[in-house]
Design a protein around this ligand. Structure first.
Ligand code: GDP
Ligand code: MN
Length: 387
């Protein structure tokens, strides 16, 4: 589960991690409150579940998603022009994300920007701390300067490990004690709240010589949320794709993509391969959808309903490899929710494939049945292009 920057910073405060605090506003009627708290300068930050805001642009303006306002008038103007608008960054996709809240913070004079993160490393199956001397908005460009160490948080991080990170950052000796405390607290937060990622970019060195988290990204482990009812309350439904929610209620995995060919597939690997094939033959997948290995008719019906609710869907490709899931059972689900308004290509292979194909041939003659995966993908790509 993703949370907003201002929520992540509240967790930082709880764990004594130095950060900038501020004020969240959600409506233009709160401008007077904002100006009372920030009568001169303020950093104003769009609260969306995506990064890259500093380099992003708000549609219809040339304003970024992180803005340094120099006066009360400047602050009021920025809020008026951006609250409720759409912010497009390199992480949002071209459709962008709506700005439902703005976060105003005190301005900090920055000497240097570092990068610091803790995340689960899949290779070692352990938390990994990563630092870079060149943080800030250009981190992708400087990805070569990363230093990582693997840590065992069950037995607490050792001071010598943090000292090694401090050396990699070329921190001055006098900064090291506060850095040790900051990293220890960060690890405690990561461990106690069951996070899968905490990223501070930038971790800034101020002109007063203090280290402070200017940005905060926290991802919490969905599977551990039952242990943290107080964190569940941080969920922002408006940021979640309602179709994703709906799919998860039926035990399926759905992730929207940018194309127009909807995919309904059993198995995550086959689902990804199917998306790759669609791209290979010149099309674009509208989504990732994994029915799971069981794939019963209700799931298939709901999957077809969900992909048709995506306004970008202009054709559907159902790709099923029957095993535990029987193709004839799946065909029953297809018959219940098969659209007549757009091309539908179905490939059924494996257990009970022939019986499934026969049911579809009799029940919905408009469905195009293909046995060969290459041919099936070519057909749906060309049918959608014809429309
Ligand atoms: P992101 O672009 O979504 O990662 O948003 P950030 O919160 O990281 O803000 C983008 C950039 O704005 C940062 O890398 C900083 O360089 C700058 N920034 C943010 N807050 C402050 C601040 O209080 N003072 C200064 N000088 N720069 C800031
Ligand atoms: Mn950042």
């Amino acid at each position: 589960m993703n949370i907003h920057e201002f929520q992540a910073k509240e967790l930082f405060v709880e764990y004594n991690i130095p950060t900038t605090e501020g004020l969240v506003i959600r409506s233009l009627s709160e401008i007077p409150i904002a100006l009372e708290r920030f009568p001169e300068k303020a950093v104003i930050k769009a609260q969306i579940h995506a990064g890259g805001r500093g380099k992003g642009t708000i549609v219809g303006t040339n304003l970024p998603g992180v803005y340094l306002a120099r006066s009360a008038e400047d602050t009021a103007r920025y809020i008026q022009q951006t609250l409720g608008g759409i912010l497009v960054t390199n992480q949002t996709g071209s459709q962008g994300k709506r700005i439902r809240a703005l976060y105003l913070c005190d301005v900090v004079e920055v000497e240097h920007e570092y990068y610091l993160s803790v995340q689960i490393d899949r290779n070692t199956a352990k938390p990994m701390i990563t630092v870079s001397r060149s943080g800030g908005v250009e981190i992708e460009v400087n990805a070569g300067n990363l230093n990582s160490i693997s840590v065992d948080l069950e037995s607490n991080i050792h001071t010598f490990q943090i000292r090694a990170l401090a050396r990699a950052l070329e921190l001055e000796r006098r900064m090291v004690p506060s850095f040790i405390e900051l990293v220890s607290n960060l690890c405690r937060l990561f461990h106690e709240k069951d996070a899968t990622l905490i990223e501070i970019n930038p971790l800034s060195l101020t002109s007063e010589g203090a280290l402070i988290a200017l940005d905060a990204k926290v991802i919490l482990d969905d599977n551990a949320l039952y242990r943290h009812p107080e964190l569940e309350a941080l969920r922002d439904m408006a940021e979640d794709d309602p179709l994703e929610e709906c799919a998860s209620r039926f035990g399926m995995n759905y992730v929207a993509a940018e194309g127009d060919i909807a995919c309904v597939v059993n198995g995550a690997g086959l689902a990804m391969a199917t998306m790759d094939m669609i791209t290979f033959y010149g099309g674009k997948a509208a989504n990732f959808l994994d029915l799971g290995s069981r794939a019963d008719p209700i799931q298939v019906r709901e999957a077809l309903r969900i992909v048709q609710e995506n306004p970008n869907t202009r054709g559907i490709f159902v790709n099923i490899f029957g095993g535990i899931a029987q193709c004839d059972v799946i065909a029953e689900g297809i018959l219940e929710q098969c659209p007549q308004t757009m091309p539908v290509v179905v490939r059924l292979q494996g257990a009970s494939a022939e019986r499934g194909q026969q049911l579809l041939r009799e029940g919905t003659p408009s469905v195009i049945l293909e046995n060969d995966l290459d041919q099936a993908v070519k057909t749906i790509v060309s049918k959608v292009k014809e429309r």
